[in-house]
Design a protein around this ligand. Structure first.
Ligand code: CA
Ligand code: ZN
Ligand code: ZN
Length: 173
């Protein structure tokens, strides 16, 4: 990411989000909890806060959707396997900036059940939403490839440094 974007991002610390559609594999509650938990991990490591909005018609910064095939953004999903999700970097694509689209042709799961672990994927994709690029640090959640369910998933020091470079360390008060 260009350094010049960083100062703009600093102003984006209190972010709103919405879950606009749900996984066909998980209950709404499990999906909401998992997305909330993923955002909390980034929030715990930085000065970011996230507020969920569910009021229809109210625009938010970060829209989360589960989509299949063509869904209005020049980036159709590719069926089961291959690409699991895509996310839009901040300050690009205007209205889509910060959004995450999960490929609902994947089978998503939580807590190590068979399927793609939604928590790992959400933390990774939301990392992109917040402006993080891939890193080849082996323990980083921003590693480019899905490596399977990890119990007690945590950010690596590389992930924490990345988010803190963009948004500052967590506030000590
Ligand atoms: Ca796919
Ligand atoms: Zn999309
Ligand atoms: Zn990625």
């Amino acid at each position: 990411m260009a350094e010049s974007l960083i100062s703009d991002l600093i102003t984006l610390q209190d972010l709103t989000y919405k879950i606009q559609s749900f996984s066909s594999d998980l209950s709404r509650e499990d999906t909401e909890k998992t997305i909330g938990k993923a955002l909390q991990m980034w929030s715990n490591a930085s000065q970011l806060t996230f507020t969920r909005v569910s009021t229809p018609g109210v625009k938010v910064y970060l829209n989360v959707k589960f989509v299949s095939g063509f869904h209005g953004d020049n980036h159709p999903t590719d069926g089961p396997g291959m690409e699991l999700a895509h996310a839009f970097f901040p300050l690009h694509n205007k209205g889509l900036a910060g959004d995450v689209h999960f490929d609902d042709d994947e089978t998503f799961s939580i807590n190590g059940r068979p399927g793609v672990d939604l928590l790992w994927l959400a933390v990774h994709e939301l990392g992109h939403s917040l402006g993080l690029e891939h890193t080849f640090h082996p323990n980083a959640v921003m590693f480019p490839y899905y490596t399977g369910y990890r119990p007690n998933l945590r950010l690596s020091s590389d992930d924490r440094n990345g988010i803190q470079r963009l948004y500052g360390k967590f506030a000590l008060y």
